[in-house]
Write a protein that binds this ligand. Structure first.
Ligand SMILES: CC(C)(COP(=O)(O)OP(=O)(O)OC[C@H]1O[C@@H](n2cnc3c(N)ncnc32)[C@H](O)[C@@H]1OP(=O)(O)O)[C@@H](O)C(=O)NCCC(=O)NCCS
Length: 129
């Protein structure tokens, strides 16, 4: 069951990429990229639903370009679907050169997050969250 979204909803976060997040090529390690994307999805879903949310799945994630150490990443999470207890969040991750401001889309993915109660049981989202 899909519910009409109450509004277009997106949330942004930025993070500096320091050497402790990069691999031996000097670019962002894929596992850290996934962590940042999941965090963005979590924040987006939680701010939209105002309920405790857990990640049920990450759908296909495409890594399109590497992120160099010393660059900034901006993650934009967008609610693209609302179900009875879940939302689907599309996350785009951009790399930004701090000095030039040049930006590039580096990764895209989708995450499903579910609203849960204290016992971790799925609970209904408000129709108009
Ligand atoms: C997510 C979780 C609460 C779902 O519980 P469940 O009893 O399997 O849920 P249900 O089968 O009743 O489904 C509830 C909703 O989740 C969705 N869902 C559950 N598993 C899903 C999956 N693997 N992929 C996509 N959607 C999923 C269902 O489609 C349903 O959506 P809807 O109500 O909007 O139609 C449970 O699997 C869980 O606690 N998982 C661990 C979460 C976690 O720790 N995440 C952090 C990552 S380590």
């Amino acid at each position: 069951m899909n519910v009409e979204l109450k509004e277009e909803f997106e949330s942004r976060m930025v993070e500096m990429i320091f050497p402790n997040q990069t691999n031996h090529y000097g670019t962002l390690f894929g596992g850290h990229a996934l962590e940042l994307m999941d965090k963005s999805a979590f924040i987006t879903a939680s701010r939209y639903a105002r309920k405790a949310m857990v990640t049920a799945c990450s759908e296909k994630v495409d890594f399109k370009a590497p992120v160099k150490t010393g660059h900034l990443v901006e993650l934009i999470g967008r609610i693209i679907k609302q179900g009875k207890t879940s939302v689907t969040v599309a996350v785009d991750m951009f790399a930004e050169n701090l000095l030039s401001g040049q930006r590039q889309l580096c990764a895209q993915g989708r995450f499903v997050l579910v609203a849960v109660d204290e016992g971790n049981n799925p609970i209904e989202l408000d129709k108009n969250s």
